[in-house]
Design a protein around this ligand. Structure first.
Ligand code: HEM
Ligand code: HEM
Ligand SMILES: [Fe+2]
Length: 473
């Protein structure tokens, strides 16, 4: 019954979330294949080699997050602007174009895998830029879909109420879509190619995606705990200024050793070292508003009504912690050139990559999925269930476990391969043969399995919420 009355924009959002969730599952499965290959190198040899499993793992990661981000915007637009989303028919059509393009890309990755080093491969198989390997025909399709999405957001935002959240999202999403273009052209100089590639990867995750998270956190706080818009949006503007202020030039921390001029050492060191500050602000923002709202409700004598979606709120709080830990702490660790000289490209990088992507993005996007499930099923207060609690504990515990295992493995590489053996070919292998490194890889696989079981529980919980009688309607 409820889904019939669901606003069309919100309905489209649930489609986006559904496909995102499926890709999230695929991401984890291919991660498990890649992790197994570290432990048993012959696993699926010449059927699904490590390079292919890895490509699938990280591309699925990026794409599911983009789907869930589009979904989040379509979800909150009618609430924020007070009007129906404009261009929703085109939005729905573009959704199917997007899904079809991604499905074809994945099938080609799995069944064709590689091609000769020429233009046909770039156009039809893959471009070979980590995280955004999609072939050029799909790139163009993605640009069209993104433009349609941005158009809907702008048309709706300009006609409806312009809250701070919508204004920030409008500016942010146009930058987000525009940056994708930097990863689409080919140059035969690897330094030039990497230089531009980072415009997509770094400026996405450390500038535009973080700003997106700020806006979503603001929306979530207003929706779930009734935080005051004025306070929340004041924080949002401060965070946006600090995120862009440090994140844009912080890109220098990827220009230390790729053939770019040496002045990037100083620029990268200074600005990227400032990047954790807005992350602290975002952390404080969530906890402060939570405490403040609760205090005000308690004074008014109704403490029970504070949080109307417990699982979503749990994931949002986890986001504040995870963003700070994964991006702020694990990122800061290796961001100075003096340290990065030793840690660059080790498992330490992978430890940071996992905790940051999970902490900063997976958490809040899962939170938005819970908000959507609540809205779709017309639930007044969504409570935690056994499976929602086990899911969040196993996923967060699993990812944290993988991070610790990878950090230890990275430490061995830094000490043995880099410090002791001077980054030589022999040192590379000596580092990987150490007992602590090997055990790190075993533990990553074990903790990956824990994460996957948590994911299965999360799927179960999200799918059964509509029928579960514990929630207040
Ligand atoms: C949510 C935000 C962030 C995400 C999702 C993220 C993710 C990643 C990923 C996946 C990589 C590996 C890229 C590759 O494959 O080469 C990476 C590298 C790196 N990140 Fe982050 N990061 C974030 C924020 C930060 C912050 C705030 C800092 C510093 C304060 C930082 C410092 C670095 C550095 C220095 C590298 C290069 C590592 C190397 O030399 O091997 N990151 N990041
Ligand atoms: C079932 C759980 C998972 C397993 C077993 C797993 C395993 C792996 C493996 C084996 C790699 C390749 C590492 C290498 O090249 O040395 C990888 C890379 C990566 N994974 Fe996962 N992963 C899992 C979950 C996740 C999650 C939840 C996220 C983020 C939300 C994530 C983000 C990444 C990223 C960003 C990279 C690239 C790291 C880099 O280039 O430094 N993975 N993963
Ligand atoms: Fe970066």
């Amino acid at each position: 019954m409820a889904s019939n009355t669901l606003n069309e924009s919100k309905q489209l959002a649930t489609w986006y979330f559904t496909f995102a969730f499926i890709l999230f599952g695929a991401q984890l499965l291919f991660g498990l294949v890649a992790a197994t290959q570290f432990v048993m190198p012959g696993f699926l040899f010449e059927i699904l080699d490590f390079s292919v499993a890895r490509t699938l793992h990280i591309n699925a990661l990026v794409v599911w997050m983009v789907f869930a981000m589009f979904g989040s915007v379509y979800w909150l637009l009618p609430d924020e602007t007070g009007i129906n989303t404009i261009g929703i028919k085109m939005g729905k059509l573009l959704y199917w174009v997007f899904v079809a393009a991604i499905a074809v890309v994945v099938l080609v990755y799995i069944f064709v895998q590689v091609g000769p080093a020429d233009q046909t491969t770039i156009w039809f198989i893959m471009e070979g830029r980590e995280y955004i390997e999609a072939p050029r025909w799909a790139d163009i399709g993605i640009v069209v879909v993104a433009l349609g999405f941005v158009a809907n957001l702008f048309l709706t935002g300009m006609k409806g109420k312009q809250t701070g959240i919508v204004t920030v999202l409008m500016a942010d999403m146009i930058a987000f879509a525009g940056l994708y273009l930097a990863g689409m052209f080919f140059t035969d100089n690897i330094s030039v190619d990497q230089y531009w590639w980072w415009w997509v990867i770094h400026l996405w995750v450390e500038a535009t995606w973080e700003v997106f998270v700020g806006a979503i956190a603001a929306y979530g706080l207003i929706t779930m705990i009734g935080a005051h818009r004025k306070v929340v949006e004041m924080w949002l503007w401060i965070e946006v200024a600090m995120l862009f202020g440090s994140g844009i030039l912080g890109m220098g921390h990827h220009y230390f050793w790729i053939g770019t001029p040496e002045y990037w050492w100083e620029i990268g060191a200074l600005f990227s070292a400032l990047e954790p500050i807005p992350l602290v602000a975002m952390f404080v923002h969530v906890l402060y508003d939570w405490g403040k709202t609760q205090g005000a409700e308690e004074e008014a004598g109704n403490p029970a009504s504070v949080i109307n979606n417990k699982p979503a709120f749990t994931w949002f709080v986890l986001n504040a912690f995870g963003n700070f830990l994964g991006a702020g702490i694990w990122g800061f660790f290796h961001t100075l050139p003096q340290v990065n000289l030793y840690t660059h490209g080790t498992q330490f990088t992978s430890a940071h990559g996992h905790l940051a992507f999970f902490g900063a993005y997976a958490t809040i996007l899962i939170g938005m999925m819970y908000i959507a499930v609540q809205g779709k099923n017309n639930i007044k207060v969504l409570k935690n269930t056994k499976s929602s609690i086990w899911a969040v504990s196993m996923i967060a515990g699993g990812v944290m476990g993988m991070t610790v295992a990878l950090t230890i493995a990275g430490y061995v590489q830094v000490l043995v391969s880099r410090a002791q053996m001077g980054a030589t070919w022999a040192g590379y292998f000596d580092g990987q043969e150490g007992m602590w490194f090997a055990q790190g890889m075993d533990w990553r696989l074990i903790m990956g399995l824990v994460t996957f079981l948590g994911f299965a529980l999360l799927a179960k919980d999200l799918l059964t919420t509509g029928k579960n009688p514990v929630h207040e309607r």
